[in-house]
Design a protein around this ligand. Sequence first.
Ligand SMILES: [Zn+2]
Length: 112
Amino acid sequence: MTEILPPCPECSSSFTYQVDMLFNCPECGHEWSSEIADGQSEVRDAVGNILADGDTVTVIKDLKVKGSSQVVKVGTKVRGIRLVDGDHDIDCKVPGIGQMGLKSQFVKKVAE
Ligand SMILES: [Zn+2]
């Protein structure tokens, strides 16, 4: 644990400590909430790269398109992905198929 805690906003003491989601200052007794951006869940691809809106990915296995006989072939390159909440956490337009949702675990980020 090498976390660096912010100094107390009241007295600038650097001896602050954290209890759950609150910071505490032992010098002046001030408590304040630690607003660490934790609502931001990271979406990672099959090999652990962090994905972002606008990335290009390739599909790493054949994926059946729900409700049709079409298959997104392994190696299909998908440009301009958009991250969304849900089971299929990537919203994108697959060439030859159209708008659909993909699971991040079945894609790999491509460096362009
Ligand atoms: Zn303080």
